[in-house]
Ligand binder design. Structure first.
Ligand code: FAD
Length: 466
């Protein structure tokens, strides 16, 4: 007899496992099918391992400059194997935590590959040749995530060409690296590797790095990374067929009308991520695609009303907190509730380079394109006491506001710990507040968040410390 469930979730990343916990809280009988490791990309090859390495890199770079703080550290060294083992420890700790949460929520976890059958049951091919079982769900939630995209000719190999997956497993640091792609993942790696002492060249097709961020943010982070020694080439098309491997790698790119050669020990490809839509039985359903991604409505129902899809596999903002939020909406809908749809303009986006980047809402250009009359308020961390105390006063906070109503449309930040500061402005946007509401919010002194209050005052030209 097949086991029956209210919902079977295929994929146990931050979309799938969070949806499972919420489903269990709602009293649904739920199972997760995971072919690799619960926690998915985010925990094992994404958010957590990269941030762990970034922290070591930042600390290493800061300690080398410790004399600025009056701290004498004459011999600063790097034990990269320890850096890597710390990363593994943190991952394992969190992995155990999620496994515990699955048990606590009485969620059945099947270790195997799931696919949808014509009958709309789910076939589980158990790992380690454990055979096959079929489970019968009333609803299915597809949360199979994504994998790195590569170029033809730039596929990862054992030695020279890596995606972020292979880069995370490096046993030693390269002396030099070419990073193809100046989006979020590429820029985090650039910042980390330059802080570890690697010579970094970033080649980006668009005319600026982090091309979806506000233009002022791209300009500032480009300036700061260049100051650290990162070579950044924008408006350059990599010619993958020119890749040569031997004593390191060399590759050509079309830049300003001519071909320019680049060479380094290794090459990292970070040009986006492809949805995992293969091998999950989509062809046995009426599910439609939107380009390469699974198409859903606002509650994440596909064309088959009892099959939902969330997270990286549906495209949009490919972020862990988005996948989790979508998972919660989907299972609440399955449970008969009417959750509020996710508004992408309210999603905070973070880049954990050093200094950090964080944003929420519309950029200045997007607001203008949407027809808003726009005012901005900008405040530099140079005039913020806490930033000077930290010795990290590069960057700014910029608020984008509607002229007249003063309604907050977006916030964009570069600077120390801004990924922890963005939530204040995110909440302000959820509550539909104005820049003046933010200005009237008392920001404790000395804190980095004072820059947000000052930027709000700057909208009216009334900032205090400028
Ligand atoms: P995934 O996390 O990809 O999980 C999908 C799971 O489904 C996987 O475990 C996979 O094994 C499983 N699966 C696939 N097919 C099947 C099948 N047929 N049967 C059973 N199981 C299956 N986002 C942030 O918000 N913050 C960050 O700092 C951040 N940093 C990142 C850094 C890097 C280097 C990368 C690559 C990504 C980063 N992301 C970050 C993005 C984030 O990791 C993803 O948006 C998030 O993991 C998507 O969650 P998901 O649940 O949709 O998919």
């Amino acid at each position: 007899m097949t086991k029956e469930y209210d919902v079977v979730i295929i994929g146990g990343g931050p979309g799938g496992y969070v949806a499972a916990i919420r489903a269990s809280q709602l009293g649904l009988k739920v199972a997760v099918v995971e072919k690799w490791k619960i926690g998915g990309t985010c925990l094992h090859v994404g958010c957590i391992p990269t941030k762990t390495l970034l922290r070591s890199a930042e600390l290493y770079a800061q300690t080398k400059n410790a004399d600025r703080y009056g701290v004498i550290a004459p011999e600063v060294g790097l034990d990269f194997s320890k850096v890597q083992s710390r990363k593994e420890e943190i991952k394992n700790h969190l992995f155990k935590g999620i496994q515990h949460l699955m048990q606590k929520g009485k969620i059945d976890v099947y270790d195997g590959k799931g696919s949808i059958l014509e009958s709309k049951d789910v076939l589980v091919e158990l790992n380690n040749n454990g055979g096959e079982i079929i489970v019968s769900p009333r609803n299915i939630l597809i949360a199979t995530g994504s994998r790195p995209r590569t170029f033809y000719g730039l596929e990862a190999d054992e030695k020279y060409v890596m995606t972020s997956n292979e880069a995370l497993e490096m046993e030693t640091l390269p002396n030099s690296i070419i990073i193809v792609g100046g989006g979020v993942i590429g820029i985090e790696w650039a910042s980390m590797l330059v802080d570890f002492g690697t010579q970094v060249t970033v080649i980006e097709y668009a005319d600026r790095i982090l091309p979806t961020e506000d233009k002022d943010v791209s300009k500032e982070i480009q300036r700061l990374l260049k100051k650290k020694g990162v070579k950044i080439v924008t408006g350059a098309k990599v010619l993958s067929e020119t890749l040569e491997k031997g004593d390191g790698v060399s590759i050509k790119a079309e830049h300003k009308g001519k071909e320019t050669s680049f060479s380094a020990d290794k090459l990292l490809v970070s040009v986006g991520r492809l949805p995992n839509t293969e091998g999950i039985g989509l062809e046995k359903t009426d599910i439609e695609l939107n380009g390469i991604f699974i198409k859903t409505n606002d509650f994440y129902q596909t064309k088959e009303p009892n099959i939902y899809a969330i997270g990286d596999v549906i495209g949009g903002l490919q972020l862990a907190h988005v996948a989790s939020h979508e998972g919660i909406i989907a299972v609440e809908h399955i449970a008969g509730q009417e959750p509020a749809p996710l508004d992408p303009t309210l999603v905070p986006k973070c880049v954990y380079c050093s200094p950090e980047v964080a944003s929420v809402g519309l950029t200045e250009d997007e607001a203008k394109e949407k027809g808003y009359q726009v005012k901005t308020g900008k405040f530099s961390f140079r005039a913020i006491g806490k930033a000077l105390v930290f010795g990290e006063s590069d960057g700014f906070v910029k608020l984008v506001v509607e002229e007249g109503s003063n309604k907050l449309l977006g916030a964009h930040m570069v600077g120390p710990h801004v990924t922890d500061m963005i939530t204040e402005v995110g909440l302000a946007q959820v509550l539909n507040t104005t820049a003046m509401d933010i200005a009237h919010t008392i920001h404790p002194h000395p804190t980095l968040a004072e820059a947000i209050g000052e930027a709000a005052l700057a909208v009216e030209g009334k900032e205090i410390h400028a």
